[in-house]
Write a protein that binds this ligand. Structure first.
Ligand code: MOS
Length: 714
């Protein structure tokens, strides 16, 4: 059988995307489509005292204006089990069901019109008056509360501890204690969120931007009290999401509600500004890390405390403190997690949620500890290498982190680093070198797929998965093609439709380990059927076998799911990141001429696409370190730079050499395909490596990210 898994196959959906043939949620051509514009609250807390829609309703082309007084009452049926992607505590925002305002930007009305322009214009004429109440718009550490019991049970406890971290810290001959933070960040995917809703009697079709079509179906079924079987969700292409498409946001309900109201299909496409309030974001988080060590560098104590913002209506909590528990070997570890409820929209996962930011704090602290010890930062990591997951007390199913350190350090030339800060220069530029460890827990869920062989020599493989950009279409095509013994061109892979076999969420970097094995299982099942049919004619091609039996097609469906390995092993992807910065001391400008990352992500199905994942993650980390910040106005409770002009993200001119290496790895304990998942790992470690490099260059510890020129110029 020809090896296709592991080959740098070009993206199978590439031509469709670059020629505009790929159809995104807002672009479906639906006859008689009407367009919606949302009216959002301008106050962070209070009640609507009145809505005057008269002027808006008289605009030519306007079909309806809906707000809480004339909207249908929706049942919002209780879910038996909260979806994995929803906060474990609190209530999702209900649209147009009451007068209460919980944050600035909350949808208060929707205008539906014949054209988008008419809807947008009329939306500005809807007069909303409010009774204003005193909001919580200032983040105060003293307001931090431990997460609720439901949240704690869901794996986000307020307090954890092993050993006696405080005692050990007190006794440690070398210790550091630092406070750091990262900004509130927004996903800013190129494609804005959008939904087209179309009712046919009591059947609803949603064309949506989603990382999990099955979840949209389930949630909307509960919101409308409709059987799931009556709802179809279609999402073949996603123009970036980074976690913003995991949940089912209020605008999906608005689209369905509006479509039922005007008895026509309706499109809701969020504006760029609405993408800052109508979906989630990475919450601002303040952290403290205290580390204690012996003089030989062995960690004796890790204390990490995080306090994050959440909304007043949902308790969104992250895995910020997992890296403190698992990255290094240390007998005494204590973590504390607190949440501050604010009048803001709920945060949500954004690329390596919690893990990247917990890693950021831990790794920045490790750099400070290395300095306090007078030890090379890489040497410090090696002295505290975790041979097993000491938190779960389990062996790793695989761990090639040593190889990552070695590979990346060598390519970077780390051994040539002069440890003294400010010692490396090039003309007037100060050069700084920094490094960090990256870790991202690997998980796997049940996933089903269907494989169909046709007598014309082609195959179709389908599952309700998603591809927000990482290359699911391509990598799954490779798995199917190799397993079926077909060339890539003969296999057509389909995803993003609830009519297809069930797939888990396209998040948490689990798609390859989950859906990949589902596709593998379905294709193996199909081969099994073929072999039975071929009985005695083993050399026959499948086309011959189908012909002999007079079959047009042969199909099989199978599900792959995790077994006991998750009880007996801990699994994670690992990485080592090294960066160089150049700082202009007069202007405080930081450039990043190169980032070298080496990763253990298990088996790599497509090195070209895997590299793309990693350079994307590195760019995200660069943004976290140097550029990304939602400027929050504490008086208004609103993000002031809610647009792509003023919210900075790295552009081509900010990005130079990104060197991505994959160390040999194949985790067949974790799953048959051997892949651990590759996406979020690449964001982890970049920001702290840059922060440490900036310190190495300038002698200035900037602990509150992003590091901006003004932080470096006095
Ligand atoms: Mo990712 S934040 O799990 O989409």
């Amino acid at each position: 059988m020809k090896a296709i898994i592991g080959e740098p196959v070009n993206r199978v959906d590439g031509p469709a995307k670059v020629t505009g043939q790929a159809v995104y949620a807002a672009e479906f051509k639906i006859p008689n489509l009407a367009y919606a514009a949302v009216v959002s609250s301008t106050i962070p807390r209070g009640r609507i005292s009145g809505i005057d829609a008269g002027e808006a309703e008289r605009v030519r082309g306007v079909l309806a204006v809906i707000w809480y007084e004339n909207a249908e009452r929706l049942p919002y049926r209780e879910l038996e089990q909260r979806p994995l992607v929803d906060p474990k505590s609190g209530d999702q925002l209900r649209v147009f069901q009451g007068a209460e305002i919980l944050f600035s930007g909350q949808p208060v009305a929707v205008v539906i019109a014949e054209t988008q322009e008419q809807a947008d214009g009329a939306a500005r004429m809807v007069r909303v008056t409010y009774e204003v109440e005193e909001p919580t718009t200032v983040f105060q550490l003293s307001d931090g509360k431990p997460p609720s019991e439901e949240t704690a049970k869901g794996g986000r406890p307020g307090d954890t501890s092993r050993g006696d971290a405080d005692g050990a810290l007190g006794r440690a001959p070398v210790r550091i204690d630092m406070t750091c933070s990262h900004a509130r960040e927004h996903h800013n995917a190129m494609e804005p969120h959008a939904t087209i809703a179309e009712w046919d009697g009591d059947h609803l079709t949603l064309y949506d931007k989603s990382q999990w079509v099955d979840n949209v179906r389930m949630e909307i079924a509960h919101v409308f009290g409709t059987p799931e079987a009556n709802i179809r969700v279609v999402s073949p292409f996603v123009g970036g999401a980074f976690g913003s498409g995991l949940r089912t946001w209020p605008h999906v309900t608005i689209a369905a509600l509006a479509a039922r109201h005007v008895r026509r299909p309706v499109r809701v496409e969020l504006t760029r500004r609405e993408c800052y309030t109508s979906i989630g974001m990475r919450p601002y988080t303040l952290q403290r890390v205290a580390l204690g060590a012996e003089r030989n560098g062995r960690l004796t104590s890790i204390i990490q405390e995080a306090c994050a913002q959440t909304s007043v209506y949902e308790e969104y909590a992250e895995t910020t403190l997992e890296p403190a528990q698992t990255t290094y070997s240390c007998p005494n570890v204590r973590t504390q997690y607190r949440l501050v409820e604010m009048n803001t929209n709920s945060p949500c996962p954004m690329r390596a949620p919690g893990t990247s930011t917990g890693t950021m704090a831990l790794e920045m602290a490790m750099d400070e500890l290395a300095e306090a010890l007078g030890m090379d930062p890489l040497e410090l990591r090696l002295r505290n290498y975790a041979e097993r997951d000491e938190s779960a007390d389990l062996p790793w199913s695989s761990k090639e982190l040593r190889a990552c350190y070695e590979t990346a350090a060598k390519r970077f030339g780390w051994s040539r680093r002069n440890p003294k800060s400010g010692s490396m220069r090039d003309g007037r530029s100060l050069i700084g070198w920094g490094m960090a460890t990256a870790i991202y827990h690997a998980e796997r869920s049940a996933a089903a797929a269907q494989a169909i062989l046709y007598a014309n020599g082609t195959a179709v493989v389908r599952t309700a998965a998603s591809d927000m950009g990482p290359g699911t279409y391509t990598s799954m095509t490779q798995v199917a093609a190799e397993t079926l013994g077909l060339p890539v061109e003969k296999v057509h892979f389909e995803l993003g439709d609830t009519e297809m076999p069930k797939a888990p969420v396209h998040g948490g970097s689990i798609t390859m380990a989950s859906v990949g094995n589902g596709v593998l299982a379905a294709c193996q099942a199909l081969r099994g059927k073929l072999k039975e049919l071929a009985a005695g004619h083993d050399s026959a091609t499948f086309v011959e076998v189908l012909h002999r039996h007079g079959l047009e097609r042969l199909e099989a469906e199978a599900e792959a799911k995790p077994g006991n390995e998750q009880k007996n092993y801990a699994s994670a992807a690992f990485g080592a990141v090294f960066v160089e910065v150049r700082v202009d001391p007069a202007f405080g400008a930081v450039r990043v001429p190169r980032i070298v990352g080496a990763y253990d992500a298990g088996r790599i199905v497509n090195p070209k696409i895997a590299r793309s994942q990693c350079i994307g993650g590195m760019v995200g980390g660069l943004g976290m370190a140097l550029e990304e910040i939602a400027e929050w106005d504490e008086r208004l409770g609103r993000v002031m730079n809610a647009n792509l002009a003023e919210y900075l993200v790295p552009v081509n001119a900010d990005v130079a050499e990104l060197d991505v290496q994959f160390v040999p790895s194949n985790d067949t304990i974790f799953n048959p395909l051997g892949a651990k998942g590759l996406a979020e790992i690449a964001l982890c470690g970049v920001a702290p490596a840059i922060a440490s490099a900036v310190y190495h260059a300038t002698g200035k510890r900037v602990r509150h990210l992003p590091i901006r020129p003004e932080s470096l110029v006095e």
